[in-house]
Every structure is written in structure tokens, then in C-alpha cells.
Design a binder for this molecule. Structure first.
Ligand SMILES: C[S@@+](CC[C@H](N)C(=O)[O-])C[C@H]1O[C@@H](n2cnc3c(N)ncnc32)[C@H](O)[C@@H]1O
Length: 862
């Protein structure tokens, strides 16, 4: 699965999927003893949007969708925010740069089973990262996609040249993923067709074409129509056109995605899923009918409900008999690469309608007539059958707590035999070279146009186009005026020309890649007709290869200016040309009209118009994106000391200890954690690089033999020196960091810290700079001990200090560390100078003191 030529991050850096990330929460809840109920309530109250539904819990407990001992973990996972997952678009020229930027950024982990997808914990996904990723998403350098939803296209196993039908495509994430997979597998540019169908007109017109065109695939068409009635098409009088791959990502109740939409807990109901079952079954059956023998169909939902999943699959198996089979080992490769899948259900029960209440039904015969379709919501196909055992064995469930994502269901079918449905005999004769969709519905606006037609010739002359790309479909507006030329591939053209049979009239919403678009009538009224055609963004790089005229190249700085200001004035064009920063202006004989503007290295093309003002950008900069997209550098630890057996890092505030470890693992895969610093605390972090040094350091930490010195800025005037001996326990708490320590004389673990006062000020309400020497290393020890003696750290809201606008980080820094080193290496020691953000806080109290020297001298003296 790895990409040749690009180094993959080491496997050792990948998070083990065997250890769910919420395991500490679960362990905590299970081991919570007498405080258990109270703490569990605490968590529930703090869950986003009060994420709780009694009906949900009752229903899924009856259905036994997870093992009893996983129930709490399952529920708690559904209440936590999800990690953010992005998939890098490998059809973009600079995708490797972006991939490497993700690899360098310690906040992101690669998804082991999907190449070039990256995952970031919700708490690390701050506003700056969100805005960067959202720009990259708009420019289609990457795509946000939940990890579970990456699976269905992968399991389609798309092959070069496949005909793919995506029956429920909007908003188009999986269509895009299919196109990317298709491109990867393609041997020629022309191969492969994907039809993106959806029944929602608004999504189909407004969203889907915009999304799928981002992939610039000439073999992609968007169709508006009901999946259950998707038309049959024919090669000849009797040979039905069948698809190699069909995706049925059906509309569903979506309760697998409650983590993403916590507001839906409130509206969750048993009845909703019941209304969807029949529609899902119809869509799946239509998909199976349109599948080629030997082809693959993937049925998927983001629902947890067996009525939408296993029941639909069992019913379809019953309808198609031996003609279709479920693929076992469908997810073998992703599983081998680390994806955790769960077995599907073999048995389930059907609930009575919510308003009726009562016991759940085991068998169809138990259902009262009034509750059976058409009077009631229940139908026979909702019940398990003798085929459910087989379905349960081969279908795949992705459980939220096992993948730390959404709940998902996937079934993969293949077909052994195609039987024509009597209704699918063609009623319409072939229309030769034309597109029969138009004959069935005049709203279908596409007509095949020859490159030799006068319209196309005049555009080709204006732009000096050698070899007009073809086949071309002309798009007409409602006034029968030609407004757009689209490039399709020959496979898509063949498919669109095949006679079709349908009662309704599906609508071709968009086809292929727009190459040229007609400018609006009100724009530049003084130019001639051919100048009114401008290159479209989607076809820009394809046209640039063939255009001999109206193709302008800009140096990087001039390109940046054009993108920033959207206009390069006429005077500056001549100046740029004189300096050699602009080429090709002379090719725009007819000065006004469309042009393509590219970076000098040819990697980036943008449609423009030359107007009386100058060169104007005619595309959204958001869609164009950054010519060389990347991520801003993240915080990295510094290496204070490196020996074969260990590293001492200077961890910046804001970086998690786990991320510092991943940095250390770049030196040695055996690096491990034997101590921690809070995310907001900076300073010395000792990381052993071998098993023997890990053992040695662990023993010393346990025996309180590791000497540490911290700088801490606390509230109030502290005594000149002192010692706090107060046993500590941990309580789960909300906010970014999950734990809170509290002094617990009865059951706490022994903890002691001594301190000395370095400096005191009455400014800003009074505060003291201390050197603190923790003898033990309990979680939040210094923060809790200082709060305990009435001097919490400045701004440390978790331990009772008010927020301080002038103190933007936790003022706690581990200055020095010392302990016994591995044999032959003497003692281990390092000093981490006060970081600049800590110094700035001190400077806002007193900008005359040399804080660095003051702290260093006192620390090293002791
Ligand atoms: C789960 S979403 C599909 C998500 C999409 N595959 C993606 O990955 O972006 C289900 C889609 O089915 C569409 N839909 C609902 N009923 C339909 C029908 N009868 N035929 C086709 N599409 C339908 C909805 O409009 C919705 O866009």
C-alpha cells in the first residue's frame, strides 16, 4: 500500500490499534470503586450536548451490538469528540510535499491501513490548524473524511478502466476517493468511468458537481435520480450494460456518527431506522441487478442498527439466491495493516413501533397485523432468516471504540449470474451518435459536438489549440444557447450513448471536465464572440499543454501578487515582461479576452481575462489553493543531550509528552516513556532509548532518586522556603486535560515537594517566582501542592487560580534533571534554559531583571 519512492513514517511510530486510546478512561471507570457512580455521572454531565439517550441504550443492549464487557467503553467513546482525519489527494502535483509536511508534524499520525490518510486528536486540532486544513480542503489538496468512511471505496478494489456506479453519491467524498483510487490504478488517462448518482436535487445541482469536478476526471458524470430506479442501459438490442463496481452508500439513520453530531442524541428514535429499511433494500437490490458478473458491490451505512445493516443484506441474499455471494476476507488487507473490524450480528430482534411499546419480536409471525406493512412499519425482511448466519459471518462492523472513529457497517458482494428483469428490455432505439438521455428528458442539455464544428474551431483558433481534446460534449442553457464545452473520455461517451430504459427521467447534471465557458453577456460587451470564451479552471492544466496562444507565464512573485490582488495592471505587465518575470504576452494578439496564466515552472494554471484594466484572475483563489500547499511547522522538542542509551529533550509548552516521544522514536524505535510532563509544562524530559536504560530510570523514578528542579510562577507572596508533604489522588475532570489531582490524606499516594523563593513582586496582584524540587513524581504534583498551600500557579484555572491575560501559558518549566546513568555513562544531567514564552511572562512583571541568569545560577548551585 505504500507509495514507491516516498519514505513512509516508521511503523514503530504508528499508534498500536490494539490499545484503544480511551483505555485509561475505561480503566478508570472500572476501577473507580466507591466514587464510581458519582464519577460516571460527572463524565456524563460533561459530555458534549448532554449526550445521552435511554432509548438508544435500551435498544442496543437488546440487540447486543457489542460484547457486554465493552458496553461502557462503547458508550464513552460515542460521547467523546472524534479525531480529525484527512486524506491527501494524490492527484495533485505537489501532494508529496504536503504528505511530508504531515509526516513532520507531530500532531498527525498516519492511518496504518489507508495510505496517505492522517489522524489528529481533537484536542490538538486548534483554530490555526483548522483554518489551514480547511483551506487545503477547499483547494482539494486534501479531503476531510472519517476513517471508517474510507473503507467502502477501498473494498471496491477498483481496476483500470472499470465502470463504477456510485448510487448515493452526495456530498461526494467517496466518489472522489474512488476517482483517486481509479487514477492510481489507471494505465491510460482515458480509462475508467464513474457515475455519481443522488436523489437529492439540491445536493445534486449545488454540491455534487462542484465536488466531483475537483478531481478533474473526464470519465465522471453526475446524475439526479432515484437509485432504486436507476435506468438499465444496453450495448445492443439485448445486451445490458452492467457495472464492474457498484457502491451503495445508502441513506441511513446515521447513529454511528453520534460523536460528530451529539445533538442527535436527543432525537434518536427506534422508529426512524424502520422507515429506512425498505428503501435501503430496494437500492441494494437495484445495485446488485446492475452489477456485472464477477464485479463487486459494496453496501455501507454509518448506522449501528441491524435493521439497516444485517437485515438488509440477508434480505437481498434471499432475493438473489445463488446469483450473488458475500465476499469473505473482504477487508483482509486493511485488517493486516492494522484496521480493527468486528463481526456483524447473526441474530437481532425487531422492536414494536415506539408508540405501541411492548416486547421486541423474534419472529415475523409474532407481529400483529396492525403493525405489519402497509398498515404498520414492520416488514418480514427486517427479521433474521436462515441466511443471516452467513451474512453475520462475512459482513463487517467497525465499532467506534475499536477504531476511535464512527460506527460503520460494510458488506461486499460479488455476482455469479445476471438475469435480465423483464422490465429492463430497451424501449428506445439507439440514436446513433447522440446522447439518448436528452431524448427522454429535454432538461438534459448535453450534445456531442465535433472538434470541426464552427463554434469549436473558432475557439481553437483564438487559443491556438493544436489537437482539440475530444470527445467534447456541448452544454446548452435553457434558452438553447451553447454555454460550455466539456471533455469526456471515450468510455463515458460510449456509456452515455447507450440506449436506456427508464420510466422516470434521470437528469444528467454534469459530465466530464469543463474546458471552456462562455462569459456572462454583461461582462465586457465590447469584445467579439470568440473572445467571450474563457478557459475553465477544471480544464486549465489540460489546455495549457496544447495552447499556443494566450498562455502567459509568471515568475513566482508576480504570481503571488496576482493571487493576492486578483489584478496585474496593464503597465506592470510590460514592466514584468521587460524584467523577464512574464512570458507569452505577445501571444495574446487580440488583446482582450480569456487567457491562461501559469507559474514559470508550469505546475499551476489559473484562468484569467485580459480586460482594459490588465490581467484579471477569473477563478476563486480558495479553489485554486496554494500552488505548493504545506502545513505550518509545529512545535518540536529540542535535544539537550543525546547518548546511545537515552535522550534528554527540552519539551516546549503545548506539545504532548506522547508527541515528544514520537520525536525520540525517530532516533530509536525502542524509545519509551518513563516520566511525563503536562502538555502545558515545558522543560527537561528524559527518554530512554533501550530496554535496559528504561528499567534503570523507571527504578530511580519509583525510588524518588531522580532530582528535578522546576521554575514556577505562583500567586501571592510565598514563604522564603518550605516543604509540602501531602498525599495525592486523581479525579477525572473535564477540559483539555482529563485529570485533576487532589490532596487525599486517607487514600492518596505519598507526595512531597520542597521549594525556595527566588523573587517576589506586588505587581499584578502579587506573585512569586519559585524553584520547586519535587521528590516524588505524581501527576500534577507541583500544581496541586502549590494550590494546597494557597499559592496556585498563575492562571492555573484547574487549581483555582483566576485567568491572567498577561500569562498565556502555564508558568511551570522543568529546568534541570539529574540521576544515575547507565553503566559506563556516569551521571545523567541536563539544564533547559527558561524558554522565551516564560521569559516574556516574567518580563511583563519586571523587564529589568535578567531572568535567565537569575534562574540558572540558583538552579545550578543547588
Ligand atoms: C450516506 S449519504 C451518501 C454519502 C456519500 N456516499 C459520500 O461519501 O459523500 C446518502 C445519500 O443518499 C441520497 N439518497 C437518499 N435517497 C436516495 C435514493 N432513493 N436514491 C439515491 N440517493 C438517495 C441522499 O441524498 C444522500 O446524499
Amino acid at each position: 500500500m505504500s507509495q514507491p519512492g516516498l519514505e513512509q513514517p516508521s511503523r514503530s511510530l504508528r499508534r498500536s490499534r490494539e490499545q484503544p486510546r480511551c483505555s485509561h478512561v475505561v480503566t478508570f471507570l472500572m476501577a473507580s470503586g466507591r466514587h464510581g457512580a458519582q464519577r460516571s455521572r460527572l463524565l456524563r454531565q460533561e459530555a458534549p450536548g448532554d449526550a445521552y439517550s435511554q432509548a438508544f441504550e435500551e435498544y442496543y443492549k437488546v440487540q447486543q451490538i457489542v460484547a457486554e464487557d465493552s458496553w461502557h467503553e462503547f458508550l464513552e467513546t460515542l460521547r467523546r469528540p472524534m479525531p480529525v482525519v484527512v486524506r491527501i489527494n494524490r492527484t495533485k502535483p505537489h501532494w508529496k510535499d504536503l504528505h511530508e509536511a504531515f509526516a513532520r508534524d507531530l500532531r498527525w499520525l498516519p492511518l496504518s491501513w489507508f495510505p496517505h490518510a492522517w489522524e489528529c486528536e481533537a484536542q490538538d486540532y486548534d483554530d490555526a490548524l483548522r483554518s489551514q486544513c480547511s483551506s487545503l480542503n477547499k483547494a482539494y489538496s486534501l479531503r476531510f473524511q472519517e476513517s471508517a468512511s474510507l473503507l467502502p471505496p477501498l473494498l471496491l478494489k477498483i481496476q483500470p478502466g472499470d465502470l463504477v456506479l456510485d448510487l448515493c453519491a452526495a456530498p461526494g467524498s467517496k466518489t472522489l476517493e474512488c476517482i483517486e483510487l481509479m487514477r492510481e490504478a489507471e494505465t491510460t488517462e482515458d480509462a475508467g468511468v464513474i457515475i455519481a448518482n443522488d436523489a437529492d436535487a439540491e445536493r445534486c445541482f449545488e454540491l455534487l458537481p462542484l465536488v466531483v469536478r475537483k478531481a478533474r476526471h473526464p470519465g465522471c458524470a453526475v446524475v439526479l435520480g432515484s437509485a432504486a430506479k436507476y435506468p438499465a442501459q444496453f450495448h445492443g438490442p439485448a445486451e445490458q450494460l452492467l457495472y464492474d463496481r457498484v457502491l451503495c452508500d445508502v441513506p441511513c439513520s446515521g447513529d454511528g456518527t453520534l460523536r460528530k453530531r451529539p445533538q442527535c442524541w436527543k432525537t434518536w428514535s427506534v422508529d426512524f431506522a424502520m422507515t429506512l429499511h425498505s428503501k435501503q433494500l430496494q437500492i441494494l437490490c437495484r445495485g446488485l441487478h446492475l452489477l456485472k458478473p464477477g464485479g463487486r458491490l459494496v453496501y455501507s451505512t454509518c448506522s449501528l442498527n441491524p435493521l439497516e445493516n444485517e437485515a438488509v443484506v440477508s434480505a437481498a441474499l434471499a432475493r438473489f439466491g445463488e446469483d450473488v455471494v458475500l465476499v469473505s476476507e473482504a477487508a483482509a488487507e486493511p485488517v493486516a495493516a492494522g484496521l480493527r473490524i468486528a463481526k456483524a450480528l447473526k441474530a437481532w430482534r425487531v422492536p414494536p413501533p415506539e408508540a405501541e411499546g411492548g416486547a421486541y419480536y423474534h419472529r415475523w409471525e409474532e407481529v400483529p397485523i396492525a403493525q405489519r406493512k402497509p398498515k404498520g412499519p414492520i416488514c418480514q425482511s427486517m427479521f433474521p432468516s436462515e441466511l443471516s448466519e452467513r451474512a453475520g459471518e462475512k459482513c463487517i462492523r467497525l465499532n467506534p471504540h475499536e477504531i476511535d472513529g464512527s460506527g460503520f457497517f460494510v458488506a461486499v458482494f460479488t455476482k455469479t449470474l445476471h438475469r435480465a428483469f423483464p422490465l429492463d428490455i430497451p424501449r428506445q432505439p439507439s440514436l446513433g451518435s447522440q446522447i439518448p438521455w436528452r431524448a427522454r428528458n429535454q432538461n438534459n442539455r448535453y450534445v456531442l459536438v465535433s472538434p470541426e464544428s464552427p463554434d469549436v474551431r473558432s475557439i481553437a483558433d483564438f487559443y491556438g489549440l493544436q489537437n482539440v481534446p475530444e470527445p467534447l460534449l456541448a452544454e446548452y442553457n435553457t434558452k438553447a444557447k451553447l454555454t460550455q464545452l466539456n471533455l469526456v473520455n471515450s468510455s463515458l461517451l460510449r456509456l452515455l450513448q447507450s440506449p436506456l430504459n427508464c420510466k422516470g427521467s434521470p437528469l444528467l447534471v454534469s459530465v466530464g471536465i469543463p474546458l471552456f465557458k462562455l462569459l456572462d453577456e454583461n461582462f465586457m460587451t465590447n469584445i467579439n464572440v470568440q473572445s467571450r470564451w474563457r478557459p475553465a479552471l477544471e480544464g486549465a492544466s489540460l489546455l495549457a499543454e496544447r495552447m499556443r496562444k494566450r498562455r502567459v507565464l509568471l515568475a513566482a512573485e508576480a504570481m503571488r501578487q496576482l493571487l493576492a490582488t486578483r489584478l496585474l495592471p496593464m503597465e506592470s505587465l510590460f514592466l514584468l515582461a521587460k524584467k523577464g518575470d512574464l512570458e507569452g504576452l505577445e501571444s495574446c494578439e487580440e488583446k482582450l479576452g480569456g487567457a491562461l496564466v501559469g507559474a514559470l515552472d508550469g505546475s499551476f494554471w489559473a484562468p484569467c481575462i485580459i480586460t482594459g484594466k490588465g490581467l484579471e484572475l477569473y477563478a476563486s483563489t480558495v479553489e485554486l489553493g496554494d500552488p505548493k500547499p504545506t502545513l505550518l511547522p509545529t512545535k518540536m522538542p529540542e535535544v539537550l543531550c543525546q547518548r546511545p542509551q537515552y535522550l534528554i529533550l527540552d519539551k516546549p509548552s503545548g506539545l504532548r509528552t506522547e508527541d515528544a516521544l514520537r520525536f525520540a522514536q525517530l532516533s530509536s524505535a525502542a524509545a519509551q516513556l518513563v516520566s511525563r510532563l503536562d502538555k502545558e509544562t515545558s522543560g527537561c524530559l528524559l527518554v530512554p532509548l533501550t530496554e535496559s536504560s528504561a528499567k534503570l530510570f523507571t527504578e530511580q523514578f519509583a525510588a524518588a532518586k531522580v532530582k528535578k528542579c522546576y521554575a514556577a510562577l505562583v500567586l501571592g507572596e510565598s514563604p522564603v522556603e518550605g516543604e509540602v508533604c501531602a498525599p495525592l489522588s486523581l479525579l477525572e475532570a473535564g477540559g483539555g486535560s482529563r485529570y485533576k489531582a487532589f490532596v487525599d490524606p486517607a487514600e492518596g499516594k505519598a507526595a512531597s515537594s520542597s521549594y525556595e523563593l527566588l523573587w517576589h513582586s506586588k505587581a499584578l496582584g502579587g506573585c512569586s517566582l519559585l524553584l520547586v524540587y519535587p521528590k516524588t513524581g505524581r501527576t500534577h504534583q507541583i500544581r496541586c501542592h502549590m494550590a494546597h498551600i494557597g499559592h496556585p500557579l498563575v492562571g492555573d484555572g484547574k487549581y483555582g487560580a483566576p485567568m491572567s491575560a498577561w500569562c498565556q501559558r502555564l508558568p511551570l518549566h522543568c529546568l534541570a534533571i539529574r540521576c544515575l546513568g547507565p553503566q559506563g555513562e556516569g551521571s545523567v544531567s541536563a539544564f533547559a534554559p527558561l524558554p522565551s514564552d516564560f521569559q516574556q511572562i516574567l518580563a511583563s512583571l519586571d523587564d529589568k531583571t535578567d531572568w535567565q541568569s537569575l534562574v540558572r545560577e540558583r538552579c545550578l548551585k543547588t
